[in-house]
Design a protein around this ligand. Sequence first.
Ligand SMILES: Cc1cc2nc3c(=O)[nH]c(=O)nc-3n(C[C@H](O)[C@H](O)[C@H](O)COP(=O)(O)OP(=O)(O)OC[C@H]3O[C@@H](n4cnc5c(N)ncnc54)[C@H](O)[C@@H]3O)c2cc1C
Length: 448
Amino acid sequence: QAFLQEGWPDNYQLTDGERFDFIVVGSGSAGSVLAARLSEVAHFRVLLIESGGDPPITSVVPGLLITLQGSKYDWNYQAQFDEGVGQAHPGRILPYHRGKVLGGSSSTNFLIYARGKPQDYEEWNRIAPGWDWNSVLYYFKKMENMSEETVMMNPRNAYLHSTEGPVKVSRPVTLASTAAIDNTRLECYEEMGIERVLEINGPEIGGAARPHFTIYGGRRSSTAEAYLRPAKDRPNLKVAKFSTVTKILIDPHTLRAYGGTANVFNEIDYVQLVLLHPLSRGQVKLRSTDPLDDPIIDLGYYRNAYDLKVAAEGVKYINTLINTTYFRKVQGEIPRLSVTGCEKIAWGSDEYWECYARNTVASLSHAVGTCSMGPDAVVDERLRVHHVAGLRVVDASVIPLIPSGNTNAPVMMIGEKAADMIKADYLEDIVEYNGKDFKSFAYTNEVW
Ligand SMILES: Cc1cc2nc3c(=O)[nH]c(=O)nc-3n(C[C@H](O)[C@H](O)[C@H](O)COP(=O)(O)OP(=O)(O)OC[C@H]3O[C@@H](n4cnc5c(N)ncnc54)[C@H](O)[C@@H]3O)c2cc1C
């Protein structure tokens, strides 16, 4: 099935001056969800504009994902470190990956399915009311199709999950040899005092488990797969591929966004030790006035000295894995790598591990928060850009605080919640106007 290039939405040839009710820029983890959900309302005319094209086989077959980074399905950005950081990377430049394809980074990512912990969202809610755990859990469940029986049969876990949503989640059955490695690893962690838990999206988040993945039946469950393929024949959803939005048109008198301009190209065609809650902040800046120029991605790693202390302590802690029964039995050793910038420091000293953390630091490509929600930020809690009408931001950039896990699931959840907020805002008017139950407009029987 994966080898069949069928089933993606057709490419829509945009012509100048066309009118739509909603224009969604980018078909990523959030954009595809938003476009598909909005187009459930039959009289909404929805245009989805995406720079990339259909996902290739290497995206659909999870085991081939490593070939996507650096390919034409990647924006291939380069990020820069501050002076004295990241010296082990050639030229102190870090390749910074982002999917450029239907489904965006959900079509190119490492497929780990993690939502973070309830407290993360209680913190969001303090900044942007309406994003508390109970509110977002509804949307996590709306999006999810959990296929693992052990999770659904355990009442402590089952109420946190759903088998009804479009995004398929599983823990693929591994080869016996891989399962044995997983088991040994989990045993080592237990020996270090890290409890084994049933799953990383269950009631206990602190612990170790084999992760869930957005995979089912050997196929990636990207947002292109889960949302766009089922919606591809809707007459009110148009998908313009190989088209890059270069400008948002804003009426200078009303400050209302009313359209955009797009460049249309006729192309054919371990997750490591992670610092989950860094205090340092980076930024994304325009390199020039050319919208097609790559942005400047300024990582800002370790600007807050506390982060370096935490990272170095983390490295030292994970090194104690070597003292567990298994590693003693196999006479495991920590490799003595030569790290640029640390050559003159005694290997294994506290100073060495700090230098090691400073110079080998890399990214898992989970950037968030450059258009954050909040009263003094870029968008409000309904994701409307402050002081501009008719314009919302719906993607990873609105996340106000980094969740304790990966970001694909939270961003898909944001897409789901945003779609409901937009429907509520626009359909309320229509109900009053037409005096009809707005659910009668929907293509599906979704509850929203
Ligand atoms: C290599 C990699 C591995 C990752 N691994 C994981 C993981 O295992 N688990 C996890 O949960 N998260 C993972 N993530 C993070 C997660 O995938 C992202 O946080 C999430 O996909 C971001 O969603 P988004 O909607 O904000 O942006 P994206 O999904 O990146 O979508 C943005 C879309 O907009 C398009 N676009 C951009 N500009 C324009 C324009 N001007 N005009 C038209 N189209 C445009 C892009 O081509 C893209 O399709 C990974 C990310 C990467 C890159």
